[in-house]
Design a protein around this ligand. Structure first.
Ligand code: URA
Length: 440
């Protein structure tokens, strides 16, 4: 097989065979193909696309390029949850304890934040002493004992994806739906989940800016899951403004605790309940969404989901008292109010710019090596569609270095536009795509 011929074939828009795709992944992983040839192929894929068969073959070749976790020693159906990435997205911190408190095992490997998006593992480190690295045996034992473990990615999961992603990143080929879908699904498949719930973000803070693209991406991922025997559903949710009221690690942990205590902001709570109800349905023999939702609401009301978070924190070496006393989580030294500079309705938000504001305050990473400050971030007082008067507070910025506040404020203010006429906010949940939708 010659890489030249494969590039030529894709350039002509033809379908690559399973053997050709496996050859590319095997040889590239072993450093036997030069970046310039793989870059040319990626660009050909970017323009010509991939069929569903090619996408599945790529997914499986990448999933099998490193460790594939065997979770069969964990009792029950393992349902994983993945978000395509957004700002203020703390849903895993809420959904995982809810589902675990209902007896469905959650064996979750999560990532760290990079650029304008946050990561679950960083957020969890806001609890004093919380360990995000545990051995594979302890991971399995913990899930069997308490139904939940949330750890950083230690296993060598889908290394071919890591290498290919780095190349996509520097060749302007990240934003291709089949490549994104196979990248995400390869890691989910390698991490051993039986079933997968995806939260596909759509809007100015997401990979997919508009509904049609988010719908296509979600459909491709549900199809991949179906074709490889891992039932997958995708919730398409709005990311045209940050999710919830807070952005920043410890601030988001506090907000997650609010939701688990039944006092969360409405849109965030709705999304968490939707994701958790779907996960519970997939991991149990409940086949009615309404009954699943009732159970989810019950464990929140009875405090069982919050207790499960405390049990998780304690088991992984953290201070579980902070779950019941979130005021003891890391706090920044300085704060600054952001006031509206004009009257009007909040009309639009460049959500990624709000993420960048948090990064300027010290709460995000510019490179993988950057240190982050867990205590800093943003409280957002106004949602899109709300009317504000000039001088009214729209947000509060939190920092440990006061000189960062002015720059951050400029960035935040520029993220929003105002309108004189009423503006309707986007619905939060735009569509849920499951097996029956792709069969139709
Ligand atoms: N997240 C991933 O893991 N891969 C992509 O290609 C895009 C988002």
């Amino acid at each position: 097989m010659r890489m030249y011929d494969i590039i030529e074939k894709k350039k002509q828009g033809k379908e690559l065979s399973k053997e050709e795709i496996e050859y590319i992944i095997r040889e590239y992983s072993a450093d036997k193909l030069p970046d310039y040839q793989v870059s040319a192929l990626l660009m050909a894929i970017f323009f010509k696309g991939m069929t569903m068969d090619e996408t599945v073959n790529l997914t499986m070749a990448m999933a099998n390029s490193g460790d594939v976790l065997d979770l069969s020693k964990i009792n029950g159906i393992k349902v994983d949850k993945h978000s395509t990435g957004g700002v203020g997205d703390k849903t895993s911190l809420v959904v995982a304890p809810i589902v675990a408190s209902l007896g469905v095992p959650v064996a979750k490997m999560s990532g760290r934040g990079l650029g304008h998006t946050g990561g679950t593992i960083d957020k969890l480190e806001s609890f004093t002493g919380f360990k995000t690295v545990i051995s594979d045996d302890d991971f399995i034992k913990q899930v069997n004992d308490i139904k939940i473990a949330l750890v950083g990615q230690t296993a060598n999961l889908a290394p071919a994806d890591k290498k290919l992603y780095a190349l996509r990143d520097v060749t302007a080929t990240v934003n291709q739906k089949s490549l994104i879908a196979s990248s995400i699904m390869s890691k989910k498949i390698a991490s051993g989940a039986d079933k997968i719930v995806l939260d596909v973000k759509c809007g100015s803070g997401a990979f997919m800016n508009n509904y049609d693209d988010a719908y296509d991406l979600a459909t491709i991922m549900v199809n991949i899951g179906e074709m490889v025997g891992r039932e997958t559903i995708a919730v398409i949710s709005d990311m045209n403004e940050p999710l919830g009221r807070y952005v920043g690690n410890a601030l988001e942990v506090k907000e997650a605790i609010d939701v688990l205590s039944g006092k969360g902001e409405e849109r965030l709570t709705d999304l968490c309940i939707t994701l958790a109800s779907n996960m519970y349905m997939m991991g149990s023999d409940t086949d009615s969404y309404d009954l699943a939702k009732e159970e989810v609401l019950r464990v929140i009301r009875e405090g069982k989901a919050l207790d499960k978070l405390a049990e998780l924190v304690k088991t992984q070496g953290g201070d579980e008292n902070q779950v019941y006393h979130p005021e003891t989580l890391p706090k920044a030294l300085y704060c600054m109010d952001v006031l509206a500079e004009q009257d009007g309705y909040l009309a639009s938000c460049k959500t990624s710019e709000v993420g960048m504001t948090s990064l300027i305050l010290g709460g995000g990473r510019e490179t993988k090596e950057s240190e982050i400050d867990l205590s800093v971030g943003i409280r957002i007082d106004k949602r899109l569609g709300e009317h504000v008067d000039k001088g009214e507070r729209i947000a509060v910025l939190y920092a440990n270095e006061s000189e960062k506040l002015e720059d951050a404020k400029k960035r935040f203010v520029n993220a929003y536009t105002f309108s004189d006429t009423e503006v309707k906010a986007e619905p939060l949940i735009k569509k849920i795509i499951s097996r029956k939708d792709i069969m139709a």
